[in-house]
Ligand binder design. Structure first.
Ligand SMILES: Nc1ncnc2c1ncn2[C@@H]1O[C@H](COP(=O)(O)OP(=O)(O)OP(=O)(O)O)[C@@H](O)[C@H]1O
Length: 278
């Protein structure tokens, strides 16, 4: 359904050219939950922005149902790490905003928005303003605002990255419930291995310099997922091993020639934020 063909991206200015992505090829099935996982700076967000139509690839193309992506569209909606709600609108009006722009009749739009806010457990907060909500609640509004547009693909750029651990775990469960209920295709950017394994059907692991796909893993575990599922734990360790090699490579490049890098110098914790690893 979604095909990424030979996508490369170079950011250049007068002084230098930075190759961020090289020859990315990927196919995403309808109703599939995939994660783009990799260390900070490997180009995950850039690829997501290219799929969203917010950036143009230097080379290659993204197709959805055979149509080339030429710019942003309501078939692909993005949820960012910062919920980016309109502070002057209440929760209900934030969710109604996109529907109004689509020209959907007011009564129908309200029914849809309220139903979506019920799905994310915010029915009691329809008339609250963003500053009155917790970070987790704001992300729920952002998810409702995206889903109410009924996109073909939901794009999520580290949506839970700024939340505390407990809220994050709660939202993992809620997002999985939404995924099972709506059967949406979801592309999820993260540098948290445990999060990727917990949520995805397939994990695309990126390496850096330039950003490229180094390996893909299918997640074989029943849904709803159980945190102590041995398949998940085993997969976390396999991915951590793979990424440790990648992180060591970058660290060696960055540090002095004489620096000797010990294998165990990177803490063995799949829940660790890989962004701080290099
Ligand atoms: N508009 C831009 N102009 C120039 N360089 C950019 C631009 N956007 C991103 N970059 C650079 O491209 C590289 C990849 O950035 P990107 O945000 O895609 O990585 P990422 O894997 O999502 O990282 P993180 O996990 O830290 O968000 C970085 O070196 C970044 O500085």
């Amino acid at each position: 359904m979604l095909k990424i063909r030979n996508v490369s991206k170079i950011f250049s200015d007068k002084k230098q050219a930075l190759q961020v992505l090289t020859k990315i090829g990927l196919e995403v099935r309808e109703g599939e939950f995939i994660s783009l996982l990799g260390p900070s700076g490997c180009g995950k967000s850039t690829l997501l922005n290219i799929i969203a139509g917010l950036e143009k690839p230097t080379e290659g193309q993204v197709n959805i149902n055979g149509q080339a992506v030429a710019g942003p569209g309501t078939d692909r909606v993005v949820v960012f790490q910062d919920a980016a709600l309109f502070p002057w609108l209440n929760v209900l009006d934030n969710v109604l905003f996109g529907l109004k722009r689509l020209g959907i009749e007011k009564k129908e739009a309200k029914i849809k928005a309220k139903a979506m806010l019920k799905t994310v457990h915010l029915s009691k907060f329809l008339y609250s303003y963003p500053h009155e909500l917790s970070g987790g609640m704001r992300q729920r509004v952002a998810i409702a605002r995206a889903l109410v547009m009924d996109p073909q693909v939901l794009l999520m750029d580290e949506p839970f990255g700024a939340l505390d651990e407990q809220t994050r775990m709660m939202l993992h469960k809620e997002l999985e419930d939404i995924f099972l209920e709506t059967k949406k295709t979801i592309i999820f950017v993260t540098h948290n291995i445990r999060e990727a394994v917990r949520l995805s059907d397939r994990i695309i692991v990126f390496g850096t310099r330039p950003g490229r796909v180094i390996k893909q893993f299918s997640v074989h575990a029943t849904r709803p997922r159980q945190a102590n599922d041995s398949n998940l734990v085993h997969l976390e360790n396999r991915i951590m091993e793979l990424l440790q090699v990648e992180i060591e490579k970058v660290a060696k490049e960055e540090l002095d020639d004489g620096y000797s890098f010990s294998k165990d110098s990177i803490p063995w914790d799949p829940d660790r934020d890989l962004g701080s690893g290099i």
